[in-house]
Design a binder for this molecule. Sequence first.
Ligand SMILES: [Zn+2]
Ligand SMILES: [Zn+2]
Length: 760
Amino acid sequence: MHGKQKPNYDASRIEAARQSEWERRGDYEAPCPAQGQARVYVKPSSPFTSGNLHMGHVRDYSIGDAYARFRRARGDAVLLGFGFDAFGLPAELAAIERQEPPADWVAECGERMLGQMKRLGFSFDYDRVFYSSDESQYRWSQWLFLTLLEAGLIYSEDATVDWCDTCQTTLASIQVEDGRCWRCHNEVRLIRRPTWFLRITPYLEENDRNTERLQNWDELSLNTQRYILGRSDGVEVELDGGSGPGLTVFSPHRGALGGASFVLLSPRHPQVEDWAVEPAVREALEQMRSGGWERSARDAGSVPVVDTGESITGPTGAELPVLVSPLVDARYGPTAAFGIPAVDEADAELAARVERVPAWEAPEEPDAEEPDAEEDGGEARAPVAGEREAKRYRANDFSISRQRSWGTPIPVVHCEACGAVPVPLEDLPVVLPRDIAPTGEGNPLAERPDFVDVACPRCGKPAKRETDTLDCHFDALWLWVPAAVPPADRAEEMFTHPDLQEWLPAERLVAGGDSGGFVFDQRIVTKALRDVGPFAFLAEGEPFAGCLFHEMVIADGRKMSKHLGNVVNPDELVEQYGADTVRLAVLYAAGPAKTLNWSDGALRFANRFLRGLWTYSHDRFAALEGAPHDPEAAAETEFMRDRLRKWCENGLARITEDTEQLQMHKAVRNVTRLFDRIQDFEKRVVKRRGQLDRADAEAQVAALALLAQSLAPFAPHVAEELLIASGRAEAAGLPAPWPDSAAIPVSTEPSAASTQAPTT
Ligand SMILES: [Zn+2]
Ligand SMILES: [Zn+2]
């Protein structure tokens, strides 16, 4: 019996009932994959414990959850894993503002955010949730540090690093946007201090090669990988320095080296000190390094440039002035490049600013108006002697240490006699004091004798712990691993756990379009761990078999911010409309590659659709029993039922394909269209015969049940409730499998067992 009384669409009642049922059934638990079952690890982004879920998270998890539910319904073993990127500046700064220990702040945020996720019905395996700031987690960040140190992929160097005066910390290049701090947006400057680096250069070529072969990566995510790599193809030649040192100099302008009029060195070029000989030049160089130049400056008209006063013999015998400018870094990485004003606009602009470089005047030829055109310098091109194929990558090793207290302690002890000594693996973890209360200035860890004073692991004499901590970017290098390891085993075994071979590589990463840097470095570290041993089973060294990047959610055409007062609070929307409406609206409003400009329009559309579907379905379910049956009348509409089944077949095929490709906006649109078709079927039957025969009504209810099943990845609560109301949940089994359009009965006899041939 499906009840004579039509229940109202009460989202909060429906959602609470379904969620407790899912929990009881254990739907979210990652299963032990059966023989032959596809293993699908879906990895959404790991958020900072920043306070609340924002709409960007809702977008990310709505896509990932829909995909996970879809793959489960298709019979695959699915792990939808989740963890917090809980160390680092965002949490520390929030804790400073609230004058509480970061550990407390992180715990509060995590709890609140998990509550929001559960309320939205995201099917994470919540038993596997982790925080990168937990001791059982960061001990493995320390393990990773020591392992990469041993492999020569981490090194310490007195280096020029970006420094933010406001945040009082060094920054990774990826944290500097247009010469400004990613966090506080103040200008950064360069300073020199001892710094730990992650060496990524040995794997750049492999990342490059693999990028062109990756399947199931969307264009947006691939483009970020190419952009971060920053590859330039061209040529290089060895220049003889005469009595001084020589230089290998690069240019992307094949065959145009004869026109070189200067050589440009990066301030990070390993030989730059050899060329900055004069005291005045050294001073200028130092000033340039600490002067806060915009590191990504491409504007050759204002980027700092230092003339070393030295020259080197160029490929055609001319003496070329040697200049130093960060313009090289922004274009080709820390290298040396030819300045060829005739073919390169930036070079021409730079040349005009340096007295010693001969002025270059564009010849009066029509095609010389664009001197940066790669293929045409106005003159016939010829290679110079010794010119050979070369490429440069802009991506470079990056610093991983920070002078902050809310981070993974670096497992190194500084001993006067032994130098920097790695902490032995059996002594891990180096525990971070939980009661530390940073103020925002300096590094409170350095002021804790209970942390700093320690015996040297090598000689036993009094020594000092490293007080820099690891940047959370370092923790993030492996944040895709822990969810695949059962929580009970994590303390003992992480990178070598046998389950990793079941779940890795992750079938799909779903992340924001700004995650390219994280993903790039995760791909590097996977290759390192493959070569070191534990990830030998990942032959390609790729952590993600597929990747979907989505753009952000904005409002009123602008980024959401408290300052602008345009922040959309997901809690309020869920409260008012229910989780299903919010999820459906976020998915429907825009394709992943597009920025989602939030408006209530999508929300109203989604809510109207769900309410309409709810009422319509319940009416049809209730009317089924009373529908009259007349075989002759039923035969007359058989072709219509046949058409309905075809509509379902086609609609389902489209929804399936869209969801497989994570194009959820299209899938949702096709769900709504299928609903239109089902209503259309009824209208046509009624127009022809005045009412539905029992056979028609059964076909229609079957179609509505199919529709509910195909809606389940996107609006799972209402979908399951409707399937139950249709009376078909028991036959389907819950959680329901992905539907089959053959379930729509076409024959004249309403009962499924009917074999009667249709009459004419
Ligand atoms: Zn800052
Ligand atoms: Zn020692």
